[in-house]
Write a protein that binds this ligand. Structure first.
Ligand code: TRP
Length: 458
């Protein structure tokens, strides 16, 4: 096995892990999921799950990587040989999820690209703000070819980066941009919080009304925790394999989880005051971010520049995620077929993913009549992958960490001898992994199945 390079400094590692966790999941997906599930009560459940099962699993994935010094497929294969249990399937499940997620994620990245170009075009108009005010994602959603074209451009760029082997450079550059993005979000947030809808939004977000939860809410919260922390894809396993000897995994996991959750909360605080001030913006739809932000930016001078930088940063963060996903698929393909060159493996993976992209890209046009339990193709793909398959892959990680590592391996990696509380935390962590993660995942899936069944019957 090749020796993995250690990071020169901790800071670079944090930027990389946070760069992988923060992105479209926080800014685009989280707000409409909160809207769909009624606000406050869902937010509370989400934050609780993020800090319990999310954190516990993040530590577990980092631990698998740190222990084995390899990627998820290689780690699961070696563990399978040692334990004679077919763990390799879990490894392959993660790879499959990465490929399928990239197919549907590329379409959303295409939306971001479209908005970026629209902001540039708006600069050429005589009345820039009027142009921004009429921007709507609805037209793009109905144009399957344009969505496919944009997704292809995005995917092509991703393939080029992976083929050229410059992903580490890209990842690092994007992660340096992250602080800029953070500052921009905070500036926009201050503006949006001064809107007069803010008191109403604060009530919606922080007053938990549990009657607003539905059968799908738990599954949504679990799925989103996995997606936003990039759990179940095997990426965090790879990152764990990069970590230097003396780093304390629980501290690393805690910092990444807290920052990611904090950014998600900032993003709902940014979007909802804007969305509440217009009756035309549906709170429960994937179009939420794309409809709300330009509306707001059109209300003040210079808004277009904020918009351009915002969508540029968002797209770069999304490109970073796409590169991470394609890299996982390519690396595992090469491991399976060592006769494949890197360029060939990435091109084959990219082409296969592009073909799958046809379905989400045309889901509101050519395939608009295809509905599965009332959901369009793109929504079904999202539900199936993120709320369904990811948590199952997460259970795989739990099984690996609990069976393949010995008690001594785990406690050596978890407990800091200088810190007494880490001993107590260790026993909590094990209970979370053994009991809380499986029961919450199973309940989430079960409730969703009941919800589907009830809806189907009506
Ligand atoms: N966590 C990322 C977000 O919230 C999305 C993501 C999922 C990702 N899987 C990944 C990013 C793998 C990098 C690598 O936007």
């Amino acid at each position: 096995m090749p020796k993995r390079s250690s990071f020169k400094n901790r800071f670079a590692f944090y930027l990389l892990a946070i760069g992988s966790a923060c992105g479209l999941g926080n800014l685009w997906r989280f707000p409409y999921i909160v809207g769909e599930n009624g606000g406050g009560a869902f937010l509370l459940v989400y934050v609780f799950l993020s800090l319990t099962i999310g954190l516990a699993l993040l530590i577990a994935e980092l631990m698998i990587g740190h222990f084995s010094g390899s990627s998820i497929l290689e780690a699961s294969r070696r563990i399978a040989i040692r334990t004679k249990i077919p763990f390799t399937y879990f490894g392959w499940l993660s790879v499959l999820i990465s490929a399928a997620t990239l197919a549907y994620y590329s379409v959303i990245c295409g939306w971001v690209l479209h908005y970026l170009t629209q902001f540039v075009i708006s600069l050429l108009q005589s009345d820039t703000n009027a142009y921004l005010a009429q921007m709507s994602i609805g037209l793009l959603q109905k144009n399957g070819w344009l969505q496919f074209l944009l997704a292809s451009v995005h995917l092509l760029l991703t393939v080029v980066i992976v083929v050229k082997g410059i992903e580490e450079g890209v990842e690092r550059w994007v992660s340096y941009l992250l602080p800029v993005f953070g500052v921009l979000v905070i500036v926009l947030l201050m503006g949006s919080l001064s809107l007069e809808t803010t008191p109403e939004v604060l009530r919606f977000l922080f007053y938990p009304d549990f009657s607003k939860l539905n059968w799908g809410s738990l599954g949504h919260a679990v799925g989103h925790v996995f997606f936003t922390l990039s759990l179940g894809f095997g990426v965090m396993v790879t990152f764990g394999s990069y970590l230097k000897e003396k780093q304390h995994l629980p501290t690393v996991g805690l910092r990444v989880t807290v920052i990611d959750t904090f950014i998600s909360i900032l993003s709902v605080l940014l979007i909802f005051p804007i969305a509440f001030s217009s009756s035309k913006i549906p709170l429960t739809d994937p179009s939420l971010l794309f409809d709300a932000l330009p509306q707001y930016l059109s209300t003040f001078k210079g808004g277009v520049l904020f918009g351009m930088v915002f969508f540029l940063c968002l797209w770069l963060a999304a490109l970073n995620a796409s590169v991470g996903l394609l890299e996982t698929v390519t690396a595992n393909l090469i491991e399976k077929r060592p006769d494949f060159k890197r360029s060939r493996a990435a091109t084959i993976a990219g082409t296969a993913i592009l073909l799958v992209t046809i379905f989400p890209a045309f889901s509101q046009s050519l395939f608009k009549d295809v509905k599965i339990s009332g959901h369009s193709i793109i929504e079904t793909l999202d539900l199936f992958l993120i709320n369904g398959l990811l948590p199952v892959a997460g259970i795989g990680m739990v099984v690996i960490v609990l069976t393949a590592l010995t008690e001594k391996d785990r406690s050596d990696l978890f407990i800091d001898p200088m810190n007494l509380t880490s001993r107590i935390m260790y026993s909590h962590w094990k209970i979370f992994l053994k009991w809380l993660v499986p029961s919450v995942v199973v309940l989430g899936l079960l409730f969703q199945a009941i919800g589907f069944f009830l809806k189907y019957r009506n």
